[in-house]
Design a protein around this ligand. Structure first.
Ligand SMILES: [Zn+2]
Length: 249
């Protein structure tokens, strides 16, 4: 698979892409650094954003665009998980300002469009990320995030029930992107935790421990398969491609 990351791009390569006739799109993966049960790593949300960025990049290129995947911004607002080791939360306004500065930096380089891809779903984090495209002229920036009703309905039943933290859905996607990112011997032993994060948050319960997620996961990670992960990634990539094509100026 072609490598779309900026990691190996020189200033000359980047300049040549900007000077060409093809529109240049930056995909910016956004995540969190927070606990994801006993079986997934702290970087899980970033891994998911990165995984769908890679698939979306291939499809956008076929649509006549030049695509780069920018270095991710992994730190987010993670107050729900504060009681667990490994949660590193930054304030909402700081995240909005920082992400907006990154977008501005790419636009100043002559890039046509920046799409933020976010897979950390805590409300304050979502709110911080959602503000970013609003700071730019139409067509310059967009957000692809499965929390919006339009995209949530395309995902799995577990996701729609709101049991979407380190359960079957997220575990499957990590199995599909980087199987080494899952402790599979642990994963297979984990009992189902039928806790809806979205229902709890609506009811004003805002921490994993108060929700009954004593191991920092919900849903049924033991049922996750690579095949389901491939399917979910495909749907998330459709979300990214659609947001870019609809919002591109
Ligand atoms: Zn997650």
């Amino acid at each position: 698979m072609k490598d779309y990351s900026l990691d190996r791009i020189t200033t000359e390569d980047f300049g040549a892409a900007i000077d060409s006739d093809r529109p240049v799109i930056i995909l910016l993966p956004v995540g969190s650094v927070e606990p994801h049960g006993p079986h997934l790593t702290l970087l899980t949300d970033t891994v998911i954003s990165q995984g769908c960025a890679e698939l979306a990049a291939q499809r956008l290129e076929k649509n006549g665009m030049t695509v780069f995947i920018a270095p991710a911004v992994p730190y987010g607002v993670t107050d729900c998980a504060a009681a667990f080791k490994g949660a590193v939360s930054i304030p909402e306004p700081v995240l909005t300002d920082y992400l907006a500065a990154v977008v501005q930096g790419f636009l100043d380089n002559g890039v046509d469009h920046v799409c933020l891809i976010n897979n950390h779903l805590e409300p304050e984090h979502y709110s911080a990320v959602r503000q970013v495209p609003k700071r730019f002229d139409d067509g310059k920036a967009s957000l692809a995030c499965p929390l919006s009703r339009r995209w949530a309905r395309t995902l799995s039943d577990e996701f729609k029930r709101g049991e979407c933290h380190a359960g079957r859905y997220e575990t499957a996607i990590v199995l599909a992107t980087d199987a080494n990112g899952v402790k599979q011997d642990v994963q297979k032993t984990l009992p189902e935790v039928p806790v809806s994060l979205s229902d709890n948050i609506l009811a004003g319960v805002n921490t994993f421990d108060a929700m009954g997620m004593e191991n920092a996961y919900a849903g049924a990670p033991a049922l996750a398969t690579k095949e389901e992960g491939d399917d979910m990634l495909d749907r998330l990539a459709t979300m990214v491609v659609t947001e870019v094509l609809e919002n591109l100026g």
